[in-house]
Design a protein around this ligand. Structure first.
Ligand code: SAH
Length: 347
């Protein structure tokens, strides 16, 4: 009978030490294995050369290392890199490395597919298959950190949870991954360089605030009018803007951390003066800034990037109301790596 081996990376350092003690071995072996797994990113027990062959074979007999594998790497003409990441069960997610002159940002996935149904997003067309576990999230970051060192001669500087999936629907695993990313035993990154983006799940935003997290929060708002938002993000019907707003207020009260609103302006959908007015109102109750994102077409006639004049209207109105606004150009469009384009086309 085949016994199912345990995923060794689900064990804490303490548990690894206990495992060796329980076998009559030294606790420090647990530290050695932990370092191989988390500092040296070992993909196999074979690599753990400071352990005896016997110990390596014993580990092999008891555990697996469910490491991700970067199946395919595509490079955009603008330097953006997209990784197709194969998971141990054969499913695929994507992550993106976005370089600027001063930064390297990793855009990572939190779920295989997505359970939400934003009409303008390619990932929403995939069924949500499962949540990623903490290691699978962490591994994506490590893979991009390695690519950044290799191709840009510098370590990864920022992380955004803006890949596939809704991070707050995979709350515990996302938080565990961030814990590892920020811990000295992982990558030691500052939480201030990490942004979690949500389409706006009020209950989970409150939980983030109560858990006193130190990373930044971005909300994919796209409209501050319920009717409009529900038409393009149907789950808004269950979490209306008032609830979102209350949750965000709570977030700000607890964390004092400014919220970023991501916002695409579409022709005939949210390009009227009243749309801008509603956004200005929405931005008033907690310190925030607005990122106007360029729309990346996903083959739906209904959605078209708004005219330049509409973007200008948004920018001017927000600025004259004292709200910081940035207009973000898309990166990696030629390899389907831009916002909303992640859909495993190659898989
Ligand atoms: N589910 C989370 C994380 C995904 S982030 C969230 O919604 O925030 C991906 C970002 O890209 C979101 O802001 C999303 O609204 C935006 N987006 C989705 N489809 C897009 C498209 N076709 N063009 C531009 N932005 C898009």
């Amino acid at each position: 009978m085949q016994t199912t081996k345990k995923d060794i990376r689900a064990l804490t350092r303490e548990q690894l030490r206990d495992f060796f003690i329980s076998r009559g071995d030294k606790a420090f072996r647990g530290n050695q294995v932990y370092e191989w797994l988390w500092i040296k990113s070992a993909h196999s027990f074979e690599e753990m050369t400071n352990l005896s062959l016997e110990t390596r074979e014993m580990l092999e007999a008891n555990f697996v290392i469910n490491h991700i594998r970067v199946d395919q790497m595509q490079r955009s003409s603008d330097g953006t890199i997209k990784n197709a990441v194969r998971l141990h069960d054969g499913l695929v997610v994507e992550s993106v490395l976005i370089p600027t002159p001063t930064r390297t940002t990793a855009c990572v996935s939190s779920q295989v597919g997505c359970s939400l149904d934003c009409k303008f997003c390619a990932t929403a067309r995939l069924k949500r298959m499962r949540n990623l576990n903490p290691d699978e999230i962490y591994d994506q970051v490590v893979a991009i950190d390695n690519e950044s060192r290799l191709y840009f001669d510098r370590p990864l500087s920022n992380i955004v949870f803006m890949g596939m999936g809704e991070p707050l629907m995979n709350y515990n695993n996302v938080l565990k991954a961030i814990e590892k990313i920020t811990s000295k035993e992982g990558l030691g990154m500052s939480p201030r360089r990490i942004t979690v983006s949500t389409s706006g799940v009020p209950k989970m935003i409150r939980k983030l605030a109560d858990d006193q997290v130190k990373f930044k929060l971005a909300v994919s708002l796209h409209s501050a009018i319920d009717e409009v938002r529900t038409a393009i993000m149907p789950f808004n019907e269950h979490f209306p803007l008032q609830e979102l707003r209350d949750a965000l207020q709570h977030w700000y009260d607890k964390t004092k951390s400014r919220i970023t609103y991501e916002y695409v302006v579409w022709k005939g959908i949210n390009d009227r003066p009243e749309d801008v007015k509603a956004l200005v109102q929405f931005c008033r109750f907690a310190p925030s800034k607005v990122n106007l994102i360029e729309y990346n077409p996903i083959g739906d006639e209904h959605f078209k990037q708004a005219d330049f004049s509409a973007i200008e209207m948004y920018k001017k109105t927000l600025e004259s109301n004292g709200i910081t606004v940035t207009v973000r150009r898309s990166r990696g469009k030629d390899i389907d790596a831009a916002c909303g384009q992640l859909a495993n086309k190659q898989a």
